[in-house]
Design a protein around this ligand. Structure first.
Ligand code: M6R
Length: 626
């Protein structure tokens, strides 16, 4: 939540700050702002609180910037910027970051939550400070400002402020008294700070996300919790909070900046849905050997004895990643015969779960930064559980908590709604299931070969589902008229039904419930009637007959039914009002094929209703606060 970008270089910082914020905007788009140290040595701030138009309005307002010393327009060689996802204080200009100290000597931008801000605010107000916003973050600006006014350096003042706050924070700060420097701080898991220097221009930059640094460099340094950094043109200095210098070599990242552009697509979501066959290939690369019919996970170096000792697998994540985890639990349990469950990280972290050295914990997270997922992972680490993280963002905090990292390699996902990272996570979890099952002797090499042969077909099967867009559009037009939808599935289709409902909620803002079809008679049937349409996942598998009964029961109560069914199946078409067919394939692969039309349906419904599919209201891509 919230995106941060900072620049210290030889050119006017303003256009770089605006471009940097464009790269991190998906983390939060309620408001946007920048602060620079101008040619006159004073901090200038420009902010907008116009919801998702904030950044573009800000960009228009500051224009291309002016050279230092030019009287009008914002200009400066050093600056910070922020895109906000509101936690404290409504969305408006006064609550937009950066915030400044009362004397205007300090400006800060903050990502995280200051839990004791009311207590700190009271103290600051008592000392005569007048607050200009309703945010928790403003206390940080005043605490730093007080340190600087008392003669401390910017770095010392930021550390002093950090010692007063409870909660998580990623902060960048400027002081007019140190006009060449930006300080960055990280306490807790409120989101990362990545730092780099351009070899060409000597500009030093830092941001919440590696992607924002790629136009400058692909050699980056990750700031760890409890660390602080000073950047100046061409210089990066890291310290711990005691002031001890830290020597850290940059790491090379393989992300591709072009991949994070829309290209020929109208929005990121349609691009990312279309990229799913490639995302699956990315997850299979270097692991499945199609010629030999084998599969290996070189990233997991557990010994055979350690794998044999596993007596339970707990998968954890949030939202779409939890749904991928639920799919993972079902395939891991069915192939390995080890009991496996998936649990929401925000619940797992606050229970007192039984975890131990024989429990394998598998965290699933696109960003590797989700606060609840990281907290659940910390808990597992303390319990001594071996831990695997399945993720997209290599180098994120989750990789530093887990013992083993399985990158899903879908390519950067910008749309807030997860699509290709879910399918790549599911692919990776299926690979993990096969790997564990084979290591334990639960399946033999012939069975592995059969699964690898199936996986070889998966990208083209998913590609063929993408061709049904026309049919999806007319169904979307129909469903857009409903204010309540029910999604039903059984077995491996249950997480898919949950995911279909989540996508519809977040993109089209239609109330949608995902349910296990077997639950219907236990209360849910009372909702059925002409005002609620039902979307049923009913591909041909062991549970198909049960789903046919569910469809009939729903129809008998007057609810309109749209079904996802297997190509060539005419029976579902005789019962349901609308049918979307997906190719026939082995049961193990069906969830990969049924999830795609549900993503497309939510996307198309959002367009029919005039919603922005890339920036759903009230959401952010990366949830770094609880
Ligand atoms: O980055 P993560 O995968 O850990 O994020 C977890 C959820 O916030 C995320 O999956 C969210 O539910 C989706 N973006 C919704 O489409």
């Amino acid at each position: 939540m919230c995106g941060i970008f900072a620049y210290a270089g030889t050119e006017n910082a303003v256009p770089f700050l605006i471009d940097g914020l464009r790269s991190v905007e998906y983390r939060g788009y309620d408001s946007a702002g920048i602060a620079v140290i101008g040619g006159d040595g004073k901090i200038q701030i420009a902010r907008r609180g116009d919801h998702k138009a904030s950044l573009e309005n800000l960009a228009a307002a500051v224009g291309k910037g002016h050279l230092p010393g030019v009287a009008s327009g914002m200009a400066g060689l050093v600056g910070i910027g922020h895109t906000r996802w509101a936690t404290h204080g409504e969305v408006n200009q006064k609550n937009a970051h950066p915030h400044s100290s009362s004397d205007g000597l300090v400006a800060i931008a903050h990502n995280g939550i200051i839990e004791n801000f009311l207590e700190l605010k009271d103290e600051l107000v008592d000392s005569g400070i007048e607050f200009k916003s309703d945010t928790d973050s403003e206390v940080f600006a005043h605490l730093v400002g007080r340190g600087v006014a008392n003669g401390s350096s910017l770095r010392e003042s930021v550390v002093g402020a950090a010692r007063r706050i409870k909660g998580n924070a990623a902060v960048v700060a400027l002081s007019a008294l140190e006009p060449d420097t930006v300080v960055g701080l990280r306490v807790g898991n409120a989101g990362g700070i990545v730092i780099g220097t351009s070899a060409k221009t000597d500009a030093s930059v830092m941001a919440s996300d590696t992607i924002a640094l790629l136009p400058f460099t692909n050699e980056v340094i990750y700031l760890e919790p409890g660390e602080i950094v000073e950047i100046e043109r061409g210089v990066i200095r890291l310290f711990d909070l005691e002031g001890t210098p830290i020597d850290r070599e940059p790491v090379r990242v393989n992300q591709n900046f072009e991949a994070a552009k829309k290209g020929k697509y109208p929005d990121f979501m349609s691009k990312e849905i279309a990229e799913q066959p490639d995302a699956i290939q990315g997850a299979l690369r270097g692991r499945a050997d199609f010629a030999a019919g084998t599969l290996d996970l070189p990233e997991i170096t557990l010994t055979r004895d350690q794998i044999n000792a596993i007596d339970r697998v707990v998968l954890t994540g949030m939202g779409t990643s939890l749904h991928a985890g639920m799919f993972g639990a079902s395939v891991i349990e069915s192939l390995t015969r080890i009991p496996a469950v998936a649990e929401n990280s925000s619940e797992l972290r606050y229970r007192n779960p039984v975890l131990g050295p024989n429990t394998l914990v598998v965290a699933v997270t696109q960003s590797g930064e989700t606060a609840d997922t990281l907290a659940a992972m910390e808990q597992a680490r303390q319990a001594g559980s071996p831990q695997v993280v399945v993720l997209e963002m290599e180098g994120s905090q989750a990789t530093r908590i887990a013992d083993f990292t399985l990158p899903v390699r879908a390519g950067q996902e910008i749309g807030v709604a997860s699509t290709k990272t879910m399918i790549a996570s599911m692919t990776t979890l299926l690979e993990l299931a096969v790997f564990l099952a084979q290591s334990r002797g639960a399946i033999d090499s012939e069975q592995v070969k059969k699964i690898v042969e199936m996986l070889a077909e998966l990208p083209s099967l998913v590609a063929s589902v993408l061709d049904i867009d026309g049919k999806i559009t007319s169904l979307a037009e129909r469903l857009s008229g409903f204010s309540d939808l029910l999604y039903l599935g059984r077995g491996a289709q249950l997480p898919i039904a949950l995911e279909g409902a989540l996508k519809m909620k977040e993109l089209a803002y239609i109330h949608a419930e995902g349910y296990a079809a077997g639950e219907m008679k236990h209360g849910v049937n009372a909702l059925l009637g002409p005002e609620m349409a039902t979307v049923v996942c009913a591909p041909k598998n062991d549970l198909y007959e049960k789903m046919l009964s569910n469809i009939s029961e729903v129809k008998a109560r007057g609810s309109e039914v749209a079904a996802i069914a297997t190509e060539g199946d005419d029976t579902v078409g005789r019962l349901a009002d609308h049918v979307i067919h997906v190719p026939d394939c082995p049961g193990l692969l069906q969830p990969f094929l049924t999830v795609v039309p549900l993503q497309m349906l939510a996307y198309r419904t959002a367009l029919v209703l005039g919603r922005d599919p890339d920036k759903p209201r009230n959401l952010a891509k990366t949830v770094t606060v609880e």
